[in-house]
Design a protein around this ligand. Structure first.
Ligand code: AMP
Ligand code: ZN
Length: 122
């Protein structure tokens, strides 16, 4: 847990969130300011600031996070098949549009048009 990290506090249950999934490694919850009909944030429970801090040792949990994303998308309203689908976004660093310094994957989907917003869906 990193002090003053919003997502560490959500992981710890100190700040409420609309959680849709939790296991030993990850938590997923609804984005407070959705940019699409489905907008979830998938977050590793351990604190890692951004993809800029990733090393080859992180490949295991990162792979499991990517494998989990389509399951969460399907379970939370993203439509199946080539006419449906979803978008995954991981903003990294200030110039990457990252506002919360705890690595997270945006899962965006649902019928278009989506709300126009500079980040993360642009
Ligand atoms: P990023 O710009 O990639 O760091 O994305 C941060 C995301 O966190 C934004 O889409 C915010 O709407 C979202 N967010 C900020 N605070 C909360 C919160 N308390 N609960 C859920 N989502 C949040
Ligand atoms: Zn954190």
């Amino acid at each position: 847990m990193s002090e003053n990290c919003l997502f560490c506090k959500i992981v710890a249950g100190d700040i409420p969130a609309k959680k849709v999934y939790e296991d030993a490694e990850f938590v997923a919850f609804h984005d407070i300011n959705p940019a699409a009909p489905v907008h979830l944030l998938l977050v590793p429970k351990h604190h890692v600031t951004s993809l800029q801090d990733i090393t080859p040792e992180d490949a295991g949990w990162l792979g499991r996070m990517m494998a989990l994303a389509p399951k969460l998308a399907a379970e939370n309203g993203c439509n199946p098949g080539p006419d449906g689908g979803f978008r995954l976004v991981i903003n990294s660093g200030a110039e990457g549009g990252q506002e919360i310094g705890h690595l997270h994957c945006h899962i965006l989907g649902g019928p278009r048009p989506w709300q126009k917003r500079a980040a993360p869906a642009a």
